[in-house]
Write a protein that binds this ligand. Structure first.
Ligand code: SF4
Ligand code: SF4
Ligand code: SF4
Length: 172
């Protein structure tokens, strides 16, 4: 069964970058955030929400169509597979991707999500999840949306509100 990565609960992101480090470590054997295939951004400092920039697993990928060397091929479940040997770093795919999910690595090879799901396993707040999709990339009808409440946690919420039970240091 094909799967793809989904940003299920964006409001829960705390910008810890665990997902980026897990991705870079898995696929580049470094923890340099430049090598991550997912990008976590803020729009203006830590008081604004975090955005998760990641491949949307297009069914008809514009990046693939823009590659003059056919280095990108359709992936089962949406998105693309990259043949690094063929990629010459021309950047056409970067221009074509509507969500800004591609960049080049230090060797001028495209960095594109493989939808492996490693990042989702390291996210402490279930922001990311893997979903089953049709081989074509179409979302299955059984995927009914976010698995968790997507509302941001109130900045005034107490430990007790969030986790139940006692406040830290309150009795034993
Ligand atoms: S990299 Fe961009 S254009 Fe290519 S499949 Fe992913 S979202 Fe679509
Ligand atoms: S699904 Fe895999 S390749 Fe894609 S961002 Fe996550 S760890 Fe990286
Ligand atoms: S691991 Fe989860 S909470 Fe941390 S930056 Fe990534 S998406 Fe956000």
């Amino acid at each position: 069964m094909a799967k793809r990565l989904k940003v299920a609960n964006p409001a829960r992101c705390i910008g810890c970058y665990s997902c980026m480090m897990a991705c870079a470590r898995t696929w580049y054997d470094t923890i340099s955030l430049k090598n991550s295939r997912i990008d976590i951004q803020t729009r203006g400092g830590i008081e604004t929400p975090y955005s998760q920039i990641v491949c949307h697993a297009c069914i008809d990928p514009p990046c693939m169509r823009a590659c003059p060397l056919s280095a990108l091929t359709k992936r089962k479940g949406g998105g693309v597979n990259l043949n690094k040997e063929i990629c010459d770093g021309c950047g056409n795919c970067i221009e074509a991707c509507l969500v800004g999910a591609i960049h080049l690595d230090a060797e001028k090879k495209a960095v594109i999500c493989k939808h492996c799901g490693v990042c989702s396993k390291f996210c402490p707040h279930d922001v990311l999840e893997m979903i089953e999709v049709e081989d074509s990339g179409e979302v299955k009808l059984t995927d009914t949306g976010p698995a968790l409440d997507t509302s941001p946690v109130s900045p005034t919420a107490s430990h007790k509100d969030l986790y139940g039970g006692k406040e830290p240091g309150e009795g034993k």
